[in-house]
Design a protein around this ligand. Structure first.
Ligand code: 5GP
Length: 191
């Protein structure tokens, strides 16, 4: 997706050897027009999969999933990272290790909102080692729903999450795939 790649080149900031900051348009301030193009593109790529629900993870996934869901015309469910008295007691749970924060956290989804009839599309902002995606897949599997695909805004192709998921036969669609960081610049793979 050229529009997204251009934006990453213009406003993304490489931190250290493996982190891309996109706070000015995706992770903190949100460019809604860009988000809308992203939502349309996900719909183009998964429109024939009979998606009944979009599953994401708080916080950054919510905006992406919500805008995309307007094209799919299905509800969004987001996995919660914090325990709260408001959340139903009956939940699916999984553990996710975050390498950006170097900690493991639990994610939870109420059993009310995904069931064995659902065809689920998982959406997230980044794919690195695949821990977040695997946690969400685990939740879908517990619910006996079907994972119909995974849509990612930015995949870091030099980390192995995407390869492992594709090797399992999952349809992973990433709108921008970063091949490497070179002297602080982003170099994309063809996608
Ligand atoms: P994974 O679980 O695939 O290892 O990492 C994906 C999750 O970690 C995403 O949900 C995202 O929040 C965060 N993440 C991983 N790499 C990056 C990065 O380079 N930049 C930002 N902003 N977030 C990242």
């Amino acid at each position: 997706m050229k529009y997204l790649q251009d934006r990453i080149l213009r406003d993304g900031r490489v931190e250290g050897t493996d982190i891309l900051k996109v706070d000015s348009f995706l992770n903190h301030q949100i460019d809604v027009e860009l988000m809308n193009e992203i939502g349309k593109e996900f719909n183009e790529r998964f429109k024939n999969n009979n998606i009944t629900k979009i599953l994401t993870i708080e916080a950054s996934g919510i905006a992406i999933a919500t805008i995309a869901a307007q094209y799919f015309k299905v509800p969004v469910v987001f996995a919660k990272k914090t325990e709260s008295r408001n959340l139903d007691k009956d939940t699916y749970e999984s553990s996710v290790y975050s390498f950006t924060k170097d900690k493991t956290y639990k994610i939870r989804v109420s059993k009310k909102y995904i069931n064995d009839k659902d065809n689920v599309l998982i959406l997230d902002d980044f794919l690195a080692n695949g821990k977040a995606a695997n946690g969400l897949i685990d939740i879908v599997n517990q619910s006996k729903a079907k994972v119909c695909g995974i849509g990612i805004v930015i995949e870091k192709g030099f980390q192995d999450g995407g390869k492992k998921l594709r090797d399992k036969g999952i349809n992973v669609q990433s709108l921008a795939i970063i091949d490497r960081f070179e002297d602080g610049d982003v170099k994309f793979s063809a996608c």
